[in-house]
Design a protein around this ligand. Structure first.
Ligand SMILES: Cc1cc2nc3c(=O)[nH]c(=O)nc-3n(C[C@H](O)[C@H](O)[C@H](O)COP(=O)(O)OP(=O)(O)OC[C@H]3O[C@@H](n4cnc5c(N)ncnc54)[C@H](O)[C@@H]3O)c2cc1C
Length: 393
Protein backbone atom coordinates (compact mmCIF):
# COMPACT_ATOMS: atom_id res chain seq x y z
CA UNK A 1 0.00 0.00 0.00
CA UNK A 2 1.27 3.46 -0.85
CA UNK A 3 1.47 5.73 2.18
CA UNK A 4 -0.51 8.32 0.22
CA UNK A 5 -3.65 6.22 -0.07
CA UNK A 6 -5.88 4.90 2.66
CA UNK A 7 -5.94 1.20 3.49
CA UNK A 8 -8.31 -1.19 1.70
CA UNK A 9 -10.19 -1.51 4.97
CA UNK A 10 -10.70 2.27 5.29
CA UNK A 11 -11.83 2.53 1.67
CA UNK A 12 -14.34 -0.28 2.22
CA UNK A 13 -15.59 1.50 5.34
CA UNK A 14 -16.12 4.66 3.28
CA UNK A 15 -18.08 2.77 0.61
CA UNK A 16 -20.27 1.03 3.17
CA UNK A 17 -21.06 4.23 5.06
CA UNK A 18 -21.81 6.07 1.81
CA UNK A 19 -24.19 3.27 0.81
CA UNK A 20 -26.06 3.38 4.11
CA UNK A 21 -26.18 7.19 4.20
CA UNK A 22 -27.46 7.37 0.62
CA UNK A 23 -30.58 5.46 1.66
CA UNK A 24 -31.35 8.48 3.91
CA UNK A 25 -29.83 11.31 1.85
CA UNK A 26 -30.18 15.07 1.87
CA UNK A 27 -33.93 15.08 1.34
CA UNK A 28 -34.45 13.13 4.57
CA UNK A 29 -32.00 15.35 6.48
CA UNK A 30 -33.60 18.60 5.31
CA UNK A 31 -37.12 17.30 5.82
CA UNK A 32 -36.34 16.39 9.43
CA UNK A 33 -34.64 19.75 10.03
CA UNK A 34 -37.47 21.83 8.60
CA UNK A 35 -40.09 19.82 10.51
CA UNK A 36 -38.20 20.25 13.80
CA UNK A 37 -37.60 16.50 13.89
CA UNK A 38 -34.39 14.60 14.65
CA UNK A 39 -32.23 12.20 12.67
CA UNK A 40 -32.22 9.63 15.47
CA UNK A 41 -32.99 6.71 13.16
CA UNK A 42 -29.92 7.45 11.02
CA UNK A 43 -27.83 7.91 14.19
CA UNK A 44 -28.97 4.55 15.57
CA UNK A 45 -28.50 2.87 12.18
CA UNK A 46 -24.85 3.93 11.97
CA UNK A 47 -24.46 2.95 15.62
CA UNK A 48 -25.91 -0.51 15.00
CA UNK A 49 -23.72 -1.02 11.94
CA UNK A 50 -20.64 -0.26 14.08
CA UNK A 51 -19.69 2.95 12.24
CA UNK A 52 -20.47 5.47 14.99
CA UNK A 53 -18.16 3.84 17.50
CA UNK A 54 -15.58 2.59 15.04
CA UNK A 55 -12.86 4.42 17.04
CA UNK A 56 -13.98 3.14 20.46
CA UNK A 57 -11.97 0.19 21.87
CA UNK A 58 -13.50 -3.21 21.10
CA UNK A 59 -13.76 -4.24 24.76
CA UNK A 60 -16.24 -1.38 25.27
CA UNK A 61 -18.45 -2.13 22.28
CA UNK A 62 -16.55 -0.21 19.61
CA UNK A 63 -14.72 -1.14 16.44
CA UNK A 64 -11.20 -0.75 17.82
CA UNK A 65 -10.19 1.61 15.00
CA UNK A 66 -8.70 5.09 15.10
CA UNK A 67 -9.70 8.69 14.65
CA UNK A 68 -9.02 8.31 10.90
CA UNK A 69 -11.81 5.73 10.72
CA UNK A 70 -14.45 7.75 12.55
CA UNK A 71 -13.42 10.83 10.54
CA UNK A 72 -13.98 8.85 7.33
CA UNK A 73 -17.47 7.94 8.57
CA UNK A 74 -18.24 11.60 9.34
CA UNK A 75 -17.00 12.72 5.91
CA UNK A 76 -18.96 10.09 3.98
CA UNK A 77 -22.19 10.93 5.84
CA UNK A 78 -21.74 14.62 5.02
CA UNK A 79 -20.88 13.81 1.41
CA UNK A 80 -24.30 12.15 1.14
CA UNK A 81 -25.94 15.31 2.49
CA UNK A 82 -26.20 14.13 6.11
CA UNK A 83 -23.56 16.04 8.09
CA UNK A 84 -23.87 14.90 11.73
CA UNK A 85 -22.26 17.38 14.10
CA UNK A 86 -22.74 15.07 17.07
CA UNK A 87 -20.20 12.71 15.52
CA UNK A 88 -17.57 15.34 16.24
CA UNK A 89 -18.69 15.52 19.84
CA UNK A 90 -19.90 12.13 21.10
CA UNK A 91 -17.57 9.43 19.74
CA UNK A 92 -14.62 11.65 18.80
CA UNK A 93 -14.19 14.13 21.68
CA UNK A 94 -16.02 12.41 24.55
CA UNK A 95 -15.20 8.87 23.37
CA UNK A 96 -11.49 9.66 23.01
CA UNK A 97 -11.19 11.43 26.36
CA UNK A 98 -13.03 8.72 28.30
CA UNK A 99 -11.28 5.83 26.54
CA UNK A 100 -7.90 7.38 27.34
CA UNK A 101 -8.47 8.81 30.80
CA UNK A 102 -11.62 7.28 32.30
CA UNK A 103 -11.41 4.75 35.12
CA UNK A 104 -12.26 1.17 34.18
CA UNK A 105 -15.70 1.61 35.70
CA UNK A 106 -16.30 4.87 33.77
CA UNK A 107 -15.29 3.27 30.47
CA UNK A 108 -17.69 0.40 31.06
CA UNK A 109 -20.47 2.80 32.02
CA UNK A 110 -20.21 5.35 29.22
CA UNK A 111 -18.39 3.96 26.17
CA UNK A 112 -20.83 1.25 24.96
CA UNK A 113 -23.69 3.79 24.69
CA UNK A 114 -21.47 6.29 22.89
CA UNK A 115 -20.40 3.52 20.50
CA UNK A 116 -23.87 2.28 19.55
CA UNK A 117 -25.56 5.68 19.76
CA UNK A 118 -27.96 4.81 22.57
CA UNK A 119 -26.26 7.12 25.11
CA UNK A 120 -24.96 10.12 23.20
CA UNK A 121 -22.69 12.52 25.08
CA UNK A 122 -22.51 16.26 24.37
CA UNK A 123 -19.49 18.42 25.17
CA UNK A 124 -19.60 21.80 26.92
CA UNK A 125 -16.66 24.15 27.23
CA UNK A 126 -17.81 27.45 25.64
CA UNK A 127 -19.13 30.15 27.97
CA UNK A 128 -20.75 33.47 27.07
CA UNK A 129 -18.17 35.66 28.82
CA UNK A 130 -15.04 33.61 28.13
CA UNK A 131 -15.69 32.86 24.43
CA UNK A 132 -12.56 31.74 22.62
CA UNK A 133 -10.47 32.43 25.72
CA UNK A 134 -11.37 29.22 27.52
CA UNK A 135 -8.84 29.97 30.28
CA UNK A 136 -11.47 32.40 31.54
CA UNK A 137 -14.31 29.94 32.05
CA UNK A 138 -16.05 30.39 35.39
CA UNK A 139 -18.18 27.25 35.73
CA UNK A 140 -17.00 25.86 39.04
CA UNK A 141 -17.04 22.50 40.74
CA UNK A 142 -16.93 22.40 44.53
CA UNK A 143 -16.40 19.33 46.66
CA UNK A 144 -19.40 18.97 48.96
CA UNK A 145 -20.18 16.67 51.82
CA UNK A 146 -23.69 16.78 53.22
CA UNK A 147 -26.75 14.62 53.85
CA UNK A 148 -26.59 13.49 50.16
CA UNK A 149 -23.10 12.13 50.75
CA UNK A 150 -19.71 13.08 49.27
CA UNK A 151 -19.75 14.62 45.84
CA UNK A 152 -19.50 17.70 43.65
CA UNK A 153 -21.63 20.76 43.12
CA UNK A 154 -21.41 22.35 39.67
CA UNK A 155 -22.61 25.87 38.88
CA UNK A 156 -22.15 27.98 35.78
CA UNK A 157 -23.38 28.70 32.29
CA UNK A 158 -22.44 27.32 28.87
CA UNK A 159 -23.44 28.48 25.40
CA UNK A 160 -23.72 27.02 21.87
CA UNK A 161 -23.66 23.48 23.19
CA UNK A 162 -24.66 21.09 20.41
CA UNK A 163 -27.16 18.30 20.76
CA UNK A 164 -28.04 18.62 24.47
CA UNK A 165 -31.62 17.57 23.69
CA UNK A 166 -30.36 14.35 22.06
CA UNK A 167 -27.76 13.57 24.70
CA UNK A 168 -27.99 11.46 27.86
CA UNK A 169 -25.13 13.34 29.42
CA UNK A 170 -22.74 16.21 28.82
CA UNK A 171 -18.99 16.23 29.33
CA UNK A 172 -18.68 19.58 31.11
CA UNK A 173 -15.44 21.50 31.52
CA UNK A 174 -15.44 23.20 34.93
CA UNK A 175 -12.82 24.56 37.27
CA UNK A 176 -12.06 23.30 40.70
CA UNK A 177 -9.85 24.66 43.44
CA UNK A 178 -6.50 23.05 43.98
CA UNK A 179 -6.39 21.93 47.64
CA UNK A 180 -2.75 22.96 48.05
CA UNK A 181 -2.33 26.16 46.01
CA UNK A 182 -5.94 27.38 45.98
CA UNK A 183 -5.62 27.99 42.21
CA UNK A 184 -8.43 27.03 39.88
CA UNK A 185 -7.71 24.24 37.43
CA UNK A 186 -9.89 22.64 34.73
CA UNK A 187 -11.60 19.32 35.36
CA UNK A 188 -13.99 17.30 33.20
CA UNK A 189 -17.29 16.03 34.61
CA UNK A 190 -19.95 13.81 33.10
CA UNK A 191 -23.28 15.44 33.91
CA UNK A 192 -26.57 13.62 33.18
CA UNK A 193 -28.93 15.90 31.22
CA UNK A 194 -31.70 14.88 33.62
CA UNK A 195 -29.83 16.03 36.76
CA UNK A 196 -31.56 18.45 39.15
CA UNK A 197 -30.34 22.00 38.47
CA UNK A 198 -29.40 21.23 34.84
CA UNK A 199 -31.40 23.29 32.36
CA UNK A 200 -31.03 23.86 28.63
CA UNK A 201 -32.67 26.27 26.21
CA UNK A 202 -32.45 26.06 22.43
CA UNK A 203 -30.73 28.96 20.65
CA UNK A 204 -32.45 29.97 17.41
CA UNK A 205 -29.74 29.35 14.81
CA UNK A 206 -29.84 29.83 11.02
CA UNK A 207 -28.33 26.42 10.27
CA UNK A 208 -30.58 23.98 8.38
CA UNK A 209 -29.98 20.98 10.62
CA UNK A 210 -31.92 18.72 12.97
CA UNK A 211 -29.05 19.19 15.43
CA UNK A 212 -29.46 22.29 17.59
CA UNK A 213 -27.34 24.43 19.87
CA UNK A 214 -28.27 25.24 23.48
CA UNK A 215 -27.61 27.53 26.39
CA UNK A 216 -26.96 25.37 29.43
CA UNK A 217 -27.49 26.50 33.02
CA UNK A 218 -25.95 24.56 35.88
CA UNK A 219 -27.33 25.60 39.24
CA UNK A 220 -25.82 23.64 42.12
CA UNK A 221 -25.93 20.40 40.11
CA UNK A 222 -25.02 17.61 42.52
CA UNK A 223 -22.84 14.85 41.15
CA UNK A 224 -21.32 11.76 42.75
CA UNK A 225 -17.58 11.81 43.45
CA UNK A 226 -16.79 9.58 40.48
CA UNK A 227 -18.46 11.92 37.96
CA UNK A 228 -15.03 13.46 37.37
CA UNK A 229 -13.16 11.83 34.47
CA UNK A 230 -10.32 9.75 35.85
CA UNK A 231 -11.82 9.63 39.34
CA UNK A 232 -11.76 12.04 42.31
CA UNK A 233 -8.10 11.49 43.14
CA UNK A 234 -7.19 12.61 39.61
CA UNK A 235 -8.02 16.32 39.71
CA UNK A 236 -4.70 17.37 38.14
CA UNK A 237 -5.37 15.67 34.82
CA UNK A 238 -8.03 18.00 33.34
CA UNK A 239 -5.74 19.99 31.07
CA UNK A 240 -4.10 16.89 29.61
CA UNK A 241 -7.55 15.35 29.10
CA UNK A 242 -8.77 18.48 27.30
CA UNK A 243 -5.73 18.56 25.03
CA UNK A 244 -6.31 14.92 24.08
CA UNK A 245 -9.71 15.93 22.69
CA UNK A 246 -8.44 18.82 20.58
CA UNK A 247 -6.88 16.97 17.66
CA UNK A 248 -9.82 14.57 17.25
CA UNK A 249 -12.18 17.58 17.39
CA UNK A 250 -10.30 19.39 14.63
CA UNK A 251 -9.91 16.33 12.44
CA UNK A 252 -13.62 15.57 12.74
CA UNK A 253 -14.58 19.18 12.03
CA UNK A 254 -12.35 19.06 8.95
CA UNK A 255 -14.05 15.85 7.78
CA UNK A 256 -17.48 17.37 8.38
CA UNK A 257 -16.45 20.30 6.15
CA UNK A 258 -14.82 18.27 3.37
CA UNK A 259 -17.87 16.00 3.25
CA UNK A 260 -20.17 19.00 2.99
CA UNK A 261 -17.93 20.48 0.29
CA UNK A 262 -17.99 17.23 -1.69
CA UNK A 263 -21.77 17.14 -1.49
CA UNK A 264 -22.05 20.73 -2.79
CA UNK A 265 -19.51 20.16 -5.55
CA UNK A 266 -21.20 16.94 -6.73
CA UNK A 267 -24.50 18.76 -6.95
CA UNK A 268 -22.97 21.66 -8.85
CA UNK A 269 -21.17 19.41 -11.32
CA UNK A 270 -24.29 17.38 -12.02
CA UNK A 271 -26.26 20.57 -12.59
CA UNK A 272 -23.80 22.34 -14.93
CA UNK A 273 -23.54 19.19 -17.04
CA UNK A 274 -27.24 19.18 -17.87
CA UNK A 275 -28.38 22.82 -17.67
CA UNK A 276 -28.27 24.47 -21.12
CA UNK A 277 -28.66 28.23 -21.64
CA UNK A 278 -26.73 29.30 -24.77
CA UNK A 279 -27.23 26.02 -26.61
CA UNK A 280 -24.59 24.15 -24.61
CA UNK A 281 -24.29 22.87 -21.04
CA UNK A 282 -23.28 25.77 -18.78
CA UNK A 283 -20.37 23.64 -17.53
CA UNK A 284 -18.69 24.19 -20.90
CA UNK A 285 -18.01 27.81 -19.89
CA UNK A 286 -14.72 28.24 -18.05
CA UNK A 287 -16.38 30.90 -15.89
CA UNK A 288 -18.22 28.04 -14.20
CA UNK A 289 -15.85 25.12 -14.83
CA UNK A 290 -12.75 26.74 -13.34
CA UNK A 291 -14.20 27.63 -9.92
CA UNK A 292 -15.54 24.07 -9.65
CA UNK A 293 -12.14 22.67 -10.65
CA UNK A 294 -10.56 24.92 -8.01
CA UNK A 295 -12.94 23.49 -5.42
CA UNK A 296 -12.01 19.95 -6.45
CA UNK A 297 -8.34 20.79 -5.82
CA UNK A 298 -9.01 22.58 -2.53
CA UNK A 299 -11.16 19.73 -1.21
CA UNK A 300 -8.58 17.07 -2.11
CA UNK A 301 -5.81 19.09 -0.44
CA UNK A 302 -7.89 19.49 2.72
CA UNK A 303 -8.71 15.78 2.74
CA UNK A 304 -5.06 14.86 2.38
CA UNK A 305 -4.08 17.09 5.34
CA UNK A 306 -6.95 15.65 7.37
CA UNK A 307 -5.73 12.12 6.65
CA UNK A 308 -2.20 13.11 7.63
CA UNK A 309 -3.41 14.58 10.92
CA UNK A 310 -5.46 11.45 11.65
CA UNK A 311 -2.55 9.16 10.80
CA UNK A 312 -0.33 11.08 13.24
CA UNK A 313 -2.92 10.91 16.03
CA UNK A 314 -3.45 7.21 15.42
CA UNK A 315 0.32 6.68 15.54
CA UNK A 316 0.32 8.31 19.01
CA UNK A 317 2.06 11.52 17.89
CA UNK A 318 -0.29 14.05 19.50
CA UNK A 319 2.24 16.86 19.44
CA UNK A 320 3.09 16.35 15.76
CA UNK A 321 -0.59 16.05 14.88
CA UNK A 322 -1.42 19.49 16.32
CA UNK A 323 -0.10 21.47 13.38
CA UNK A 324 -1.65 19.13 10.79
CA UNK A 325 -5.02 19.03 12.58
CA UNK A 326 -5.20 22.82 12.75
CA UNK A 327 -4.17 23.20 9.12
CA UNK A 328 -6.65 20.55 8.01
CA UNK A 329 -9.48 22.20 9.89
CA UNK A 330 -8.62 25.60 8.40
CA UNK A 331 -8.27 24.31 4.83
CA UNK A 332 -11.44 22.24 5.03
CA UNK A 333 -13.58 25.10 6.32
CA UNK A 334 -12.28 27.39 3.57
CA UNK A 335 -12.84 24.70 0.92
CA UNK A 336 -16.40 24.15 2.15
CA UNK A 337 -17.32 27.85 2.18
CA UNK A 338 -16.00 28.28 -1.36
CA UNK A 339 -17.50 25.06 -2.71
CA UNK A 340 -20.97 25.87 -1.37
CA UNK A 341 -20.80 29.45 -2.63
CA UNK A 342 -19.73 28.26 -6.09
CA UNK A 343 -22.45 25.61 -6.10
CA UNK A 344 -25.07 28.27 -5.37
CA UNK A 345 -23.70 30.42 -8.22
CA UNK A 346 -23.66 27.50 -10.65
CA UNK A 347 -27.35 26.89 -9.96
CA UNK A 348 -28.40 30.48 -10.71
CA UNK A 349 -31.83 31.21 -9.24
CA UNK A 350 -32.32 27.54 -8.47
CA UNK A 351 -29.38 27.84 -6.10
CA UNK A 352 -31.48 29.87 -3.70
CA UNK A 353 -34.55 27.62 -3.71
CA UNK A 354 -35.45 25.12 -1.03
CA UNK A 355 -36.17 22.61 -3.80
CA UNK A 356 -32.51 22.47 -4.87
CA UNK A 357 -31.31 22.90 -1.28
CA UNK A 358 -27.92 24.44 -2.09
CA UNK A 359 -28.23 27.78 -0.29
CA UNK A 360 -29.40 25.77 2.74
CA UNK A 361 -25.79 24.58 3.10
CA UNK A 362 -24.34 28.08 3.36
CA UNK A 363 -24.61 28.62 7.11
CA UNK A 364 -23.46 25.11 8.01
CA UNK A 365 -20.38 25.61 5.83
CA UNK A 366 -19.82 29.08 7.29
CA UNK A 367 -20.01 27.74 10.85
CA UNK A 368 -16.91 25.71 10.04
CA UNK A 369 -14.91 28.95 10.06
CA UNK A 370 -16.07 29.66 13.63
CA UNK A 371 -16.46 26.35 15.45
CA UNK A 372 -15.09 24.39 17.18
CA UNK A 373 -12.09 26.70 16.82
CA UNK A 374 -12.13 29.85 14.74
CA UNK A 375 -9.94 30.45 11.69
CA UNK A 376 -8.26 33.32 13.54
CA UNK A 377 -7.19 31.07 16.41
CA UNK A 378 -5.79 28.58 13.89
CA UNK A 379 -3.85 31.37 12.22
CA UNK A 380 -2.63 32.41 15.68
CA UNK A 381 -1.49 28.81 16.27
CA UNK A 382 0.32 28.57 12.94
CA UNK A 383 1.88 32.03 13.35
CA UNK A 384 3.19 31.12 16.76
CA UNK A 385 4.02 27.41 16.56
CA UNK A 386 4.83 26.87 12.89
CA UNK A 387 6.43 30.24 12.14
CA UNK A 388 7.88 31.05 15.56
CA UNK A 389 6.21 34.46 15.68
CA UNK A 390 5.46 36.09 19.03
CA UNK A 391 2.19 35.20 20.72
CA UNK A 392 -0.33 37.80 19.54
CA UNK A 393 -3.03 37.50 22.20
C1 LIG B 1 -22.74 25.50 15.20
C2 LIG B 1 -21.95 25.62 16.46
C3 LIG B 1 -21.81 24.52 17.30
C4 LIG B 1 -21.10 24.62 18.48
N1 LIG B 1 -21.04 23.54 19.32
C5 LIG B 1 -20.36 23.65 20.50
C6 LIG B 1 -20.36 22.56 21.44
O1 LIG B 1 -20.96 21.49 21.20
N2 LIG B 1 -19.69 22.71 22.61
C7 LIG B 1 -19.02 23.86 22.93
O2 LIG B 1 -18.42 23.93 24.00
N3 LIG B 1 -19.02 24.93 22.07
C8 LIG B 1 -19.67 24.85 20.88
N4 LIG B 1 -19.69 25.91 19.98
C9 LIG B 1 -19.01 27.15 20.36
C10 LIG B 1 -17.77 27.44 19.53
O3 LIG B 1 -16.72 26.59 19.91
C11 LIG B 1 -17.45 28.94 19.72
O4 LIG B 1 -18.49 29.66 19.08
C12 LIG B 1 -16.13 29.30 19.15
O5 LIG B 1 -15.09 28.72 19.89
C13 LIG B 1 -15.93 30.84 19.14
O6 LIG B 1 -16.22 31.40 20.39
P1 LIG B 1 -17.24 32.65 20.49
O7 LIG B 1 -18.44 32.31 19.71
O8 LIG B 1 -17.41 33.00 21.91
O9 LIG B 1 -16.51 33.83 19.73
P2 LIG B 1 -15.56 34.95 20.36
O10 LIG B 1 -14.53 34.33 21.25
O11 LIG B 1 -16.39 36.04 20.89
O12 LIG B 1 -14.82 35.47 19.06
C14 LIG B 1 -15.41 36.36 18.12
C15 LIG B 1 -14.45 36.58 16.97
O13 LIG B 1 -13.24 37.17 17.47
C16 LIG B 1 -12.13 36.42 17.01
N5 LIG B 1 -11.06 36.44 18.02
C17 LIG B 1 -11.17 36.26 19.36
N6 LIG B 1 -9.98 36.30 19.94
C18 LIG B 1 -9.07 36.53 18.95
C19 LIG B 1 -7.65 36.69 18.90
N7 LIG B 1 -6.90 36.58 19.98
N8 LIG B 1 -7.07 36.87 17.70
C20 LIG B 1 -7.81 36.98 16.58
N9 LIG B 1 -9.16 36.84 16.56
C21 LIG B 1 -9.77 36.62 17.73
C22 LIG B 1 -12.66 35.00 16.82
O14 LIG B 1 -11.85 34.28 15.93
C23 LIG B 1 -14.04 35.28 16.26
O15 LIG B 1 -13.97 35.49 14.88
C24 LIG B 1 -20.43 25.83 18.80
C25 LIG B 1 -20.55 26.94 17.96
C26 LIG B 1 -21.29 26.84 16.80
C27 LIG B 1 -21.40 28.05 15.91
Amino acid sequence: MSSFTESEERQTLRREVAKLASTYGREYFTRQARAGEKTTDLWLAIGKAGYLGVNIPEEYGGGGGGIGDVAAVCEELAAQGCPLLMMVVSPAICGTVIARFGTEEQKQRWLPGIADGTATMAFAITEPDAGTNTHNITTTARRVSDEHGDGWSLSGRKIYISGVDEADSVLVVARTEDARSGRLKPCLFVVPTGADGFEHTAIAMEIVSPEQQFSVFLDDVRLPLDAIVGGPENTDAGLVQLFAGLNPERIMAASFSTGLARYALDKAVAYVKQREVFGAPIGSHQGLAHPLAQSKIEIELARLMTQKAAALVDAGDDAGAGEAANMAKYAAAEAACDAVDRAVQAHGGNGITQEYGVAGLLVAARAGRIAPVSREMILNFVGMHSLGLPKSY
